[in-house]
Design a protein around this ligand. Sequence first.
Ligand SMILES: *Cc1c(COP(=O)(O)O)cnc(C)c1O
Length: 219
Amino acid sequence: MIQEKLEALRSEIPDGVRLIAVSKTHSCERILEVYHKGQRDYGENKVQELVDKFETLPKDIRWHMIGHLQSNKVKYIAPFVNLIHGVDSFKLLQEINKQGEKNQRIISCLLQFHIADEESKFGLSLEEANLFLSSSEYQAMKHVQLCGVMGMATFTDNQEQIRTEFRSLVNVFQYLKKQYFQSFVPFKEISMGMSDDYPIAIEEGSTMIRVGSKIFGSR
Ligand SMILES: *Cc1c(COP(=O)(O)O)cnc(C)c1O
């Protein structure tokens, strides 16, 4: 069942778009079913669950932290996390840099932007991002690398609204690329699109979709 859903989803995803299978709340057994079909990128939104699964599952899995991350918990995932999608403050980026140094790693991150019209969702404004990206403290950081942006659209049936919000994230990406990352090749990712809105996200230029229930069923 899971394997068929994965195959069906994969056939819809064009080259250049990476599928992050969002495995939060699902057991290691279910993850292994998908793993055996070749899926290597998984997303989790809770630190403890991410650590437990990392310890249990094969080591060639690339783990993505997709949820809101508290600074005091960065240390638990810093040794192994592949990509932190939800960097929503400079304070958090500072802590990731510090933990990257302790672990002698460069930790890849995405900046999360607030594109939805819901208060509940996390994310930076462009003003905040401009402020720290132009600071000398940011420029001196050696243990983080910014690879792009992430955002979540409003939970709504209004497809045009979702499209407009994804477009605003693409605009933010293009602006930042031009201002700060023109010659920095790794800054190329736009993480947007979930089970209900990934087709729109792909049309608008997503490079990473984060899909959970469409593969694993409802939580
Ligand atoms: C849970 C979650 C997803 C996946 O949601 P589905 O609707 O199950 O596909 C994607 N991104 C984030 C940040 C999430 O927390």
